[in-house]
Design a binder for this molecule. Structure first.
Ligand SMILES: NC(=O)c1ccc[n+]([C@@H]2O[C@H](COP(=O)([O-])OP(=O)(O)OC[C@H]3O[C@@H](n4cnc5c(N)ncnc54)[C@H](O)[C@@H]3O)[C@@H](O)[C@H]2O)c1
Ligand SMILES: [Zn+2]
Length: 478
């Protein structure tokens, strides 16, 4: 265990023959916007021979030597890749060492029966006889476990693991084990959430040396004064970890404290709102507000771990759940799947996986991450015109309607109206337009928007005609 996530590192997939490393690796690479390298395929291309032929002409030892040297070349590449390792690549001590220093390795778990069904009799040199196939699986499994930083069973699971995100009902009770490292822990909770879930978190941290702090509930925590209080009260050293327990407001301010305290310490986000679990807790953006300006002071500081426990959401007030549902609908539109129709724990898992994929692919918000602003240019304008008294979910729902109308997608407009029932807001249209024009996504005067060519096919930086944008905005105003 060396790395917490695949941020800035190769994402390597290890696992037995038939675990699906190649197809999962391809899908993961698309989601991350990274290049995919299948090690076996690279060997065949480089040597001009099929793996089965290399086994015959060079023997297994000869093949392993070639495999080791090509693994070395691939893992030495500077650009972070997604690499599917051959089933036996981890037999090499040198490759294991290079994985530890240059990659985040995920073990793609498969039960041996399924693996045999997939590859038995396929002509692979080591999949000719079922008994020896099972024996080899038993022999290799400990090696995979040893080299793996995390385990997963599917594409979304790989993405979550790659981002250090753990989604599980009841995960809060495993917090002591889930917070990386063994140093002391400083638990910082939203004051309201602390009274509801704080004891559970503290009991779970009981195995660790830990202390507790509170920040004001909700958005009131995102101030310079609260940040300064955290700086002066934190007691951990560089080997310690900060744990943030609360909604997006708490994870934003505590994450910024972690980014700045002693020039940066590790932190774990434990989001307790639906917004937090599907959006705010993920991706490493942290921020506080200044008077009249939201999120203007912040830092990128990827959490070493995010622990999403959907069971914490049972105590969430309905208006807060609706805020989260708007982000779930946004994510489903971006992903091209009606995620909002799934049970809530699945919404959390799939939305978190979607966001983590986009953010790992663009950690510093220079490209693909822009898509996450779908509907938000309009939402921010309405929120500003309403003096921030408008619930974010309602603003986003309206913003999605406007973006989908401009995208020419009437069916999706109806879906958003059915699922989120957004009511037009009573704000000053000129004030909303002025705020939209001031929005940081507006470059050279004309607003830049995120639109959809179709569900699952976002386009960002779209320069729409000013009159159309203004009409779409005004249609949201009562
Ligand atoms: N960093 C990012 O990428 C990102 C993304 C989206 C939003 N955000 C930020 O997140 C903030 C909004 O966060 P939020 O919507 O999670 O709300 P929040 O953190 O402001 O909390 C809202 C309210 O819910 C309460 N609450 C939280 N969890 C609860 C639970 N389990 N049971 C009962 N009550 C609970 C809180 O005490 C608070 O009163 C905004 O400041 C926004 O800017 C950040
Ligand atoms: Zn939002």
């Amino acid at each position: 265990m060396t790395a917490f996530s695949a941020l800035g590192r190769h994402l390597a997939l290890a696992g037995f023959m038939g675990s699906g490393k190649t197809s999962a690796g391809q899908a993961v690479a698309v989601r991350l916007g990274r290049r995919f390298v299948d090690l076996d395929h690279a060997i065949e291309t480089r040597t001009g021979s099929k793996i089965a032929e290399l086994f015959v002409t060079r023997g297994e030892a000869g093949f392993r030597a070639v495999e080791e040297s090509i693994a070395h070349e691939v893992l030495r590449e500077g650009e972070p890749l997604v690499v599917a390792l051959g089933g036996g690549a981890v037999l090499s001590e040198r490759t294991r060492g290079e994985l530890a220093s240059r990659a985040f390795t995920v073990l793609l778990d498969v039960d041996p029966e399924t693996a045999w069904q997939r590859v038995g009799g396929s002509g692979r040199p080591l999949a000719r006889d079922e008994t020896s196939f099972h024996a080899l699986h038993r022999e290799r499994q400990p090696l995979y476990e040893d080299v793996a930083d995390a385990r997963a069973r599917d594409v979304d699971g790989i993405l979550l693991a790659a981002g250090g995100v753990h989604v599980e009902l009841g995960a809060i009770d495993e917090l002591g084990e889930l917070v990386p490292g063994s140093g002391p822990v400083e638990l910082v909770s939203d004051a309201h959430v602390s009274g509801i879930h704080g004891i559970r978190a503290q009991v779970a941290l009981g195995t660790r040396d830990h202390a507790q702090l509170e920040v004001p509930a909700g958005e009131a925590a995102k101030t310079p004064a609260v940040l300064e209080r955290l700086w002066s009260r934190l007691r951990i050293g560089r080997d310690g970890a900060i744990v943030a327990l609360g909604g997006g407001s708490t994870t934003d301010v505590v994450g910024l404290a972690a980014a700045t305290y002693m020039r940066g310490v590790a932190w774990t986000a434990v989001p307790t709102t639906l917004v937090g679990q599907v959006d705010a807790g993920i991706g490493g953006k942290t921020a506080i507000d200044l008077p009249g300006a939201k999120n203007v002071v912040g830092a990128f500081h990827w959490p070493a771990r995010v622990v999403c426990d959907p069971s914490l959401l049972t105590t969430l007030p309905e208006p807060e759940r609706l805020n989260g549902l708007a982000e779930v609908v946004k994510t489903g539109l971006l992903a091209g799947t009606p995620l909002w129709e799934r049970p809530e724990p699945e919404q959390v898992r799939l939305c978190a996986a979607f966001k983590v994929g986009v953010c790992l692919g663009d950690p510093h918000d220079r490209g693909a991450r822009n898509q996450l602003n779908l509907g938000h240019t309009f939402a921010h304008a309405l929120e500003a015109a309403a003096g921030y008294s408008l619930p974010h979910g309602r603003a986003v729902a309206l913003g999605l309607v406007a973006a989908l109308r401009l995208s020419g997608l009437p069916d999706e407009v109806r879906t958003v109206q059915d699922v989120l029932s957004p009511e037009p807001v009573d704000v000053d249209a000129d004030a909303a337009w002025a705020a939209l024009a001031r929005d940081k996504k507006a470059e050279r005067g004309s607003p830049r928007l995120v639109l959809l060519d179709a569900p699952g096919r976002p386009r960002w930086g779209v320069e729409a005609a000013e009159a159309d944008v203004r009409a779409a905005l005004e249609a949201l105003i009562a």
